[in-house]
Design a protein around this ligand. Structure first.
Ligand code: CMP
Length: 150
């Protein structure tokens, strides 16, 4: 098992619904370490690069309009197997498959307005982190119980 970094975005609906703190708290409670965070209003260009793999799909235009509609919170989380663990905390993309107890299982009814995005693989995590963060915006620090958490 390896210590990994992964990328999480709280989408405009997460901020509008005032559940950003709840979402951040779930990752903290799981034992993941927050190593980068900022709020931005995403440009159309950044959104199109981020969601490039979905270009041409029926939901693409709505997705780009939504993600650029208001501020988002970008974050980087670190921990053992963080990529897979964060996806578990987030829950399935399809609202009827997202289990209760996951973020989407507890807060999401609609596939597009699904409050949070998380990287789905090591390659994606690397790409997404470097797309939104400079090296000096990622922090290396210890938690008091860090060696037990990792
Ligand atoms: P996210 O994890 O950010 O990755 C791609 C996004 O596209 C996804 O969350 C949803 O917001 C959106 N999405 C994926 N599939 C669909 C779909 N079938 N209908 C509408 N939106 C979708």
């Amino acid at each position: 098992m390896a210590v990994e970094k992964t990328f999480v975005m709280i989408k405009p609906d997460g901020i509008q619904r005032e559940i950003a703190g709840e979402i951040i708290s779930r990752f903290e409670r799981k034992g993941l370490k927050l190593v980068g965070m900022k709020m931005i209003k995403m440009s159309r260009e950044k959104a199109e690069t981020h969601y490039g793999e979905h270009k041409g799909k029926g939901f693409y235009d709505e997705l780009i309009a939504f993600i650029t509609s208001g501020p988002v919170i970008l974050s980087v989380w670190e921990g053992l197997e963080a990529i897979k663990i964060v996806r578990k905390v987030v829950g399935a993309t399809s609202p009827d498959k997202a289990e209760p107890g996951t973020i989407r299982g507890d807060f999401v009814l609609c596939t597009t307005f699904n409050v949070v995005h998380a990287s789905d693989s090591g390659e994606t995590a690397k790409k997404e982190i470097s797309h939104f963060f400079e090296d000096n915006e990622i922090f290396d620090y210890s938690l008091p119980l860090g060696e037990f958490l990792q």
